[in-house]
Design a protein around this ligand. Structure first.
Ligand code: ADP
Ligand code: MG
Length: 395
């Protein structure tokens, strides 16, 4: 992959595909981690005299203009973090975008409106995507791919535009790929992976692939209940994916066969309902009452998971251990995050919610070796898949 060092950007319009997909509450950005991660590349390009045109997506407006998914608040925050004004185009490839791009002086930065307001961005039809990619590429002379969180998407701005312009990978993508390589090529052992989050189905591919690579697989969060059920335990009203039970039974057998230690919760915080202030108590994972739902791992499990991480040399963590958005059910996620920090292992956090949890809980970000900006992207990389956005930057 060529890096931006190889591009002569002075005085030229450079389209930067960034990942600025941040959580919003109204128009308040609740976690600006991805914007901050995008700053170094944009800053460097602007500092070298480029006319920087940033493009990105936000949420899932599905090809239609939807004001609640406008990138306007992101433009303001990006400007604050860059310490220079960011011009905002109110469309993606229309009059405003063209005028904004053409009006940029050397070292100035603009942000286009949400790429996903245009149906061409995500279209499965190569021609439709290609047509939109052509218009996007027409705004600039060079392309820099830096939106790591979107590289697993075969979208116009990620996959097609780099084919139309001289291109390079930005610093964020270079850094992310370097870390993921370390996880896949001869990781220091013991190598432990902690998986949590809501759905097993999101993580099937990565589990299948990791079973051949890791020494320990630790499963918490909402997906643990499908594992517990697969082992024959009742899980009450906890999150359960019945249709994944066979697959999960297969994983349990496979782990056993390969000598991978599979570590599941031994106790959970069982609540009366899915609510911030729901009454709850710790119960054994094998005795969850029928009318309760598990919203976090329990205290014994926190100790168990921490012990399984203490001597690890490499750890990858994806997915919160409980409903960390509710303070009462954030303790398990905090405990696992702290165990990663304490382990001294080469530790990588992947996943939007996991990264947000680290920051929400006030844990030191520099306690981890790396916090990835891409959940799906890092998982697909670990699955061994070819990521369209990386492949497009290769050639
Ligand atoms: P990431 O974005 O880090 O990949 P996911 O998107 O897979 O993580 O999962 C995050 C979500 O999982 C959070 O919103 C969290 O509330 C939810 N979750 C975790 N544990 C549970 C649980 N026991 N019951 C319901 N939801 C859960
Ligand atoms: Mg998520």
């Amino acid at each position: 992959m060529r890096t931006i060092d190889s591009l002569d950007v002075q005085g030229r319009r450079v389209l930067v595909r960034a990942d600025l997909n941040v959580p919003l509450d109204g128009d308040t950005i609740t976690d600006d981690g991805r914007i901050r991660a995008s700053v170094p590349t944009i800053s460097e390009l602007a500092g070298r005299g480029a006319r920087v045109i940033v493009c990105a997506h936000l949420g899932r407006p599905k090809g239609k203009v939807a004001p609640e998914f406008s990138l306007a608040p992101v433009a303001a925050r990006l400007g604050e973090l860059l310490g220079r004004p960011v011009k905002f185009a109110t469309d993606v490839v229309g009059d405003s975008a063209r005028a904004t791009a053409e009006g940029l002086a050397d070292g100035e930065v603009a942000l286009l409106e949400n790429l996903r307001f245009e149906p061409g961005e995500e279209s499965k039809d190569d021609a439709v995507r290609g047509e939109f990619a052509g218009r996007l590429a027409g705004l600039a002379e060079l392309y820099v791919g830096d939106g790591f969180g979107a590289v697993h998407r075969k979208h116009a701005s990620v996959y097609d535009v780099p084919g139309l312009l001289p291109h390079a990978a930005g610093g964020l993508i270079v850094a992310e790929v370097e870390v993921l390589k370390k996880l896949t090529e001869q990781p220091a052992r013991p190598y432990a992976v902690v998986l949590g989050g809501a759905k097993v189905s999101d993580k099937l591919g990565v589990i299948a692939n990791l079973l051949g690579k890791v020494d320990r697989l630790i499963v918490g969060g909402g997906m643990a209940y499908t594992f517990l059920k697969a082992q024959g335990h009742e899980v009450g009203r906890s999150l359960l994916q019945e249709d994944q039970l066979d697959q999960v039974r297969g994983f349990i057998a496979e782990a056993d066969k390969r000598g991978v230690e599979l570590v599941l919760p031994v106790d959970v915080l069982a609540a009366t309902e899915f609510a911030e202030d729901a009454p709850h108590e710790a119960v054994a994972a094998t005795a969850i009452p029928a009318d309760r739902e598990g919203l976090d791992i329990g205290p014994k499990t926190r100790e168990l998971f921490a012990a399984k991480l203490a001597d690890a040399e490499t750890v990858f963590w994806n997915g919160p251990m409980g409903v960390f958005e509710f303070d009462a059910f954030s303790g398990g996620t905090r405990a696992v995050a702290q165990a990663l920090i304490d382990s001294g292992a080469f530790s990588v956090v992947g996943g939007g919610d996991s990264a947000a949890a680290v920051r929400k809980l006030g844990l030191p970000e520099d306690g981890f070796s790396h916090i990835s900006t891409g959940g799906g992207a890092s998982l697909e990389y670990l699955e061994g898949k070819t990521l369209p956005g990386l492949a497009a930057l290769e050639d």
